[in-house]
Design a protein around this ligand. Sequence first.
Ligand code: F6R
Length: 614
Amino acid sequence: MCGIVGYVGERSALDVVMGGLRRLEYRGYDSGGVALINDGKITSAKKAGKLVNLDKELQAHPLPLSHTGIGHTRWATHGAPNDRNAHPHLDADGRIAVVHNGIIENFAELRAKLEAAGHEMLSDTDTETVAHLLHDELLHTPDLSDAVRAVCLQLEGAFTLVIADANHPDVVVGARRNSPLVVGRGKGENFLGSDVSAFIDYTRDAIELGQDQVVTITPEDIVVTDFHGNQVETRDYHVDWDVSAAEKGGYDWFMLKEIAEQPQAVADTLLGRYSAEGSLQLDEMRLSDEELREVDKIIVIACGTAMYAGLVAKYAIEHWTRIPCEVELASEFRYRDPIIDRSTLVVAISQSGETMDTLMAVRYAREQHARVLSICNTNGSTIPRESDAVIYTHAGPEVAVASTKGFLSQIVACYLLGLYLAQVRGMKYGDEIARIMTQLEQLPEAIQRMLDEGEHVRELARELSASKSILFLGRHAGYPVALEGALKLKELAYIHAEGFAAGELKHGPIALIEDGLPVFVVVPPKGRDQLRDKVVSNIQEVRARGALTIVLAEDDDEEVAKYADRLIRLPKVPTLFQPLVATVPLQIFACEFAAELGHDVDQPRNLAKSVTVE
Ligand code: F6R
């Protein structure tokens, strides 16, 4: 939610900031804006809508050259997505410019006080109050960083702030509580960004910023303190992917590129986990084997697609470890007084590592003394930093708002966790783990086959693109696949799409079936005959009521082909791993369907990639 950039150095600040905003646009695209310091003054430009509108504005009204600047791309919370509410927001003198990600929860109270003291607000945002508070603070505090710290102590809620002050031309100050901010370390220049993609063109050396910290960057220096001005130790890290990973590389959409990267993402997530001595190793596991042996319950918490990865994980983890595993929406978890204690392992799954609902659930779990392990794709992000252990997925940057390679690599990381638990608790012999690992290592090839056969699915998407409603059915590990297929279609094509457990259909949803309604059905592998036969009956039930059945079934499942109006063939893989191959055609279908309708596949309406508000 909202992308933020800050720069000081020798380059054109506008070029750096706009480049960073383009890479961060996935975080929100309700408006864009920049502020630069030039000749002791702030100049700024802002425009509602995608960054292309800001580009046009800057061409029509160019800003003077500057070497210090900040920028923002917005996902609206307070105030409509119009020019007036676009960031940066300035104080009354036009001296201070502020960009913000998050929600300042006590803003109404702060605004009322400021207005009573004579401040005139020009927008409906919570952010503008910060510019005015800074204005007042700087009347008696000469140092910008001191003023920012003093203001932060008055704010409640979640915020990342980046601030430029016309009176401090070589300085940009950032602050964070709950929302993300990373620092890019350059030579004679430094950067701030919501994530490292903001400055990946210039440096791969980054610094994690902790909770309740303020960072002051100048061309030569980076100083980090807490909100009380005490200098704090920082942790540097090197980003292990480069610019090309954050670009489209010849694909029309980031989503298509990311779908195509899935064999690699799965292979990289598996890489180096299985030792020559025949045992699993999870390097980032900061929980001892002793602690893992004490676990008597697992609760997976996550949102959206990541939650569906958790639903797949439940089948594997319970099957391999015999530890009860619940899966819960992170946004619901802490409001139901869950029964957790030291022997509960809470597994937080998050591609971004910044999802606020998941982060708050992690904090709640730790307060209740549960052990928290996160599965995350973003090095240095908040959720893994606040967890007891982390398994990183190695999917590379995911830019398209709709998660694809993130999902598959999360499932793989969950499998690794399940196998690791089975290993340390003595639930699986080494040769069983070796056999399962071999099966896992064959999956990239099976996923590649689904990609190679994608044209057939694209044709289907074009054929069905006039549909106003599409259903997805699955059982067992196929059920989360159905949910994920429906979510992808909803978020990209803006049509009614629902995923159901196939057996539930007769308890109500079957009433939705009418002539010609497309229904996707994920059929379990033939080895699982009881399960598979039930799904085959479900296909017949919907077909008898006029549905157009699109059946995803294994290569040699000839019987089911009879009931398929359209057939998508799946390679033979174990039941627990079928989601990794069956999801791919559903991703391709949603992507092509949305493109056919003329939608922006990478940036669907009303959405943002990192949901950093609750
Ligand atoms: C859907 C999608 C979202 C995310 C969810 C969690 O395509 O991308 O549902 O999965 O917002 O995001 P992370 O994994 O970053 O916590």
